[in-house]
Write a protein of this length. Structure first.
Length: 178
């Protein structure tokens, strides 16, 4: 057994309330388990869950959902090439200006942004006919289609009302690409 797998088995055993030596009690016999699954099954289930959890978001390339051309059209200015990190894609304005950035998030993080903005009392409006569910607020749009959430955030130093229609149009485009 690898050190990582051994550690996972130990953690699985510890979480069931057995603290005696990770495998044997003081008398040398295996400890009684409070659940019916052996530790190896718990470890296999944990490995399987970890391997499949990000599959939905990882299968969707956020930079393909919003191209550089899409981002530049939304921002109204040239942007640097995309920087992708896991389920995110960011297009930033050049250091010479003007200030602009377009961020695309795919997966649970996108939904969490919407939840946080609601909790903070942001004015969020529903977008009709976009994906399975869609919302927008000043500087952001959120789209869900086929169980996948996407958020698009726009940073600009202008009146947010100027960005409303371009942001909603891009949300519709993204929903069509999902």
């Amino acid at each position: 057994m690898t050190p990582t797998r051994t550690a996972l088995v130990c953690m699985a055993v510890l979480t069931t309330g057995v603290l005696a030596g990770c495998g044997k009690d003081a008398g040398g016999s295996p400890p009684a388990r409070s659940d019916a699954r052996p530790a190896a099954t718990a470890t296999a289930a944990a490995d399987s869950a970890a391997a499949t959890a990000p599959a939905t978001a990882a299968a969707v390339d956020p930079c393909a959902l919003v191209s550089q051309q899409d981002a530049q059209q939304l921002a109204g200015t040239p942007l640097d090439p995309a920087k992708r990190v896991r389920e995110t894609c960011t297009y930033s304005g050049p250091v010479s200006g003007p200030t602009a950035q377009v961020e695309v998030y795919v997966g649970d993080g996108a939904k969490k942004q919407l939840d946080i903005d609601r909790t903070l009392g942001h004015e969020i409006r529903q977008l009709s006919g976009v994906g399975d569910e869609a919302y927008a607020e000043d500087g952001a749009a959120f789209v869900r289609k086929a169980g996948t959430w996407v958020s698009i955030r726009l940073v600009r130093l202008n009146d947010p009302a100027e960005n409303r229609q371009p942001l909603e149009n891009l949300a519709r485009t993204v929903a069509g690409r999902l």
